[in-house]
Design a protein around this ligand. Sequence first.
Ligand code: PLP
Ligand code: COI
Length: 361
Amino acid sequence: MTTPTIELKPSAHPLSDAEREAILANPGFGRHFTDHMVTIRWTEGRGWHDGQLVPYGPLSLDPATNVLHYAQEIFEGLKAYRQPDGSVATFRPDANARRFQASSRRLAMPELPVETFIEACDVLVQQDKAWVPAHGGEESLYLRPFMIATEVGLGVKPANEYLFMVIASPAGAYFPGGVKPVSIWLSEDRVRAVPGGVGDAKTGGNYAASLLAQAEAAAKGCDQVCYLDAVEHKWVEELGGMNLYFVYGDKIVTPTLTGSLLAGITRDSLLSVARDLGYESEEARVSIDQWQTDSANGTLTEVFACGTAAVITPVGTVKCNAGEWHHSGGEPGEVTVKLREALLDIQRGVSEDKHGWMHNI
Ligand code: PLP
Ligand code: COI
């Protein structure tokens, strides 16, 4: 497999410092994009080629481009954080690169070498460094690597051409309410993913499939949907874009990876961060009955969701057909807050990176 060198073709018209600073003052999530993007092409028989860093801008696609019809697409999400000395570092880009490869295999797409994935992110962050928010706050630069099938034609088959890209977007809180606890609707009939399906791949179709349930949750006054397993409709899987953790006093428990939920990198990191802080952490199957019963009897003390975009977000209210219940009196729980701060401190470079997770750019 050839690894292309990324050729730099910087923008002649980047946003002015004043325009960029105005955006960074209130970035929101996924609303603004930096001045550049990386593109790398793959063609059957040739492999990866034509790596470029170019000005951010629209793509021109033939209406018969494969991805527009059959959704052969995968993506990733990772963040770059401003460090205390002004430098910039990404969090576990190698883990995202490996998950991207796993998604490629599931979607019958070519695998981008781990080092090329990391180089593409590095080159973009290096070029658009001024877009990385200041050190100390919650803001970061969210990177969105993705790949689409670009072969033109309506035949249903793995494409013979692909386009890999990385774009970047300054990110504040994913939920407009900040660290305020969110409410969750337990979806007892609509499922996100099935055994043997693509639930553990980060592919756009999973998100398209989640939108109706998400809209129904919103209609019930909830912020997010929690999906259950597709066979028994009983085991807790994850939210549309986040994994879940249950706090039992000094122990945190996250649903086992069954193949139909995403192996979150935040989820994985917290298994270790929790142990570093003296908590126990484990993966186990959790049923909705257990969730409700253990909340009522007080053994389940907190629940939180986690993911790159949402960091760690407390769950305050759970609603389902049978009724509703609450966690932590509507406030972020103590363990949730400690884990959140501990993880952010590693990412912001203010505590020791004992697992070697930070990648300096
Ligand atoms: N689950 C889903 C469906 C997601 O989209 C995400 C976000 O990437 C996560 C979980 C959390 O994964 P990570 O912590 O790697 O961002
Ligand atoms: C992420 O956390 O990076 C995601 O991709 C989740 C998405 C819902 C924004």
